[in-house]
Ligand binder design. Structure first.
Ligand code: NAD
Length: 283
């Protein structure tokens, strides 16, 4: 099946980026969220991002940016927005029950050959598909933030995802000019599991007092040629998000993934990072 029209559900940080990316590559996008206000804010962000990162850098003309924006249609009516699309990508909050219910509803309402994809960064695709009847069409398509810029897409094959759906999803991901890796469903996949371990261990080191925040970050950046240190990254993503991931990985994979006591304390003290302007650094 040829994909021409895409529905993205959730117009937060990821959803708006995915919508922009898909529209940039010629797809028509229906972008769905709960309120008009969230949607208008998302479209304004896309407009700004296109301008700042593409038009200002001469990667797109004004005309092209305008056409991309015009290919994105906003809707608070999910049932309308899924009509005539060939793929639905959900990017709602990282909550298993919410995603399960959403996929159950989409599976009921979308034609059988439509791909249902989740942008989850850690949750099991197999579990997420549990309530749906046609579990073979549910797949993980994990984009990275910001979606229009980051080069990787992690494709996740749930236990029941069909080879055909995986192949069509891969073709779609490649059409967005991304490099694609495929992972069998496993908590945190490749990327989230590894980055969590790195950040959590850096937080353990900080707790043990073996080096300062700045020195831990500088060591990782310069020794491994990473663009960012693990503590500044944890502040950027949100210490609450890493705690959540750590708890999930511990539940699914065992005690090796136990979140650092310092990470728990920081979240408890509302030292979330950039979001609260205080974390390992002050902002
Ligand atoms: N932020 C990241 O760096 C990142 C990277 C990769 C993957 N992810 C994953 O992407 C997903 C979204 O993350 P985010 O950071 O964009 O979250 P976010 O909080 O910025 O946005 C989520 C959006 O979903 C909307 N929403 C919630 N329930 C909805 C519903 N029933 N119908 C329509 N819209 C609904 C919310 O109103 C909100 O606008 C999560 O699963 C997350 O794990 C996030």
């Amino acid at each position: 099946m040829d994909i021409k029209n895409v529905c993205v559900i959730g117009a937060g940080a990821m959803g708006l980026g995915i919508a922009q990316l898909a529209a940039t590559h010629g797809y028509t996008v229906n972008l769905v969220d709960i309120t008009e206000e969230i949607l208008e804010k998302a479209k304004a962000s896309i407009d700004k991002n296109l301008d700042r990162f593409f038009v200002a850098k001469s990667k797109l003309s004004n005309e092209e940016a305008k056409n991309i924006l015009n290919r994105i249609h906003l809707s608070t009516n999910r049932d309308e927005a899924i009509k005539d699309v060939q793929i639905v990508i959900e990017a709602v909050f990282e909550d298993m029950a919410l995603k399960q219910d959403l996929l159950f509803d989409l599976d009921k309402k979308c034609k059988k050959n439509i791909i249902l994809a989740s942008n989850t960064s850690s949750l099991s695709i197999t579990d997420m598909a549990k309530k749906a009847t046609n579990q073979e069409r549910i797949v993980g398509i994990h984009f990275f933030n910001p979606a229009p810029v980051m080069k990787l897409i992690e494709l996740i094959k749930g236990k029941n995802t069909s080879d055909e759906i995986l192949e069509s999803s891969k073709k779609f991901a490649l059409s967005l000019n991304k490099t694609v890796v495929t992972v069998n469903d496993s908590p945190g996949f490749i990327t989230t599991r590894l980055i969590y371990v790195l950040c959590n261990e850096a937080i353990n080191m900080k707790q043990e007092g073996i080096a300062s925040t700045e020195d831990i970050d500088t060591a990782v950046k310069l020794a491994f040629n990473f663009p960012m240190g693990p503590l500044e990254l944890s502040d950027l993503v949100g210490n609450d998000i890493y705690l959540h991931i750590g708890e999930y990985l511990t539940e699914k994979l065992g005690e090796n993934y136990n979140p650092s006591p310092l990470l728990k304390k920081m979240v408890n003290d509302n030292l979330i990072g950039r979001k609260t302007k205080r974390g390992f650094y002050n902002y």
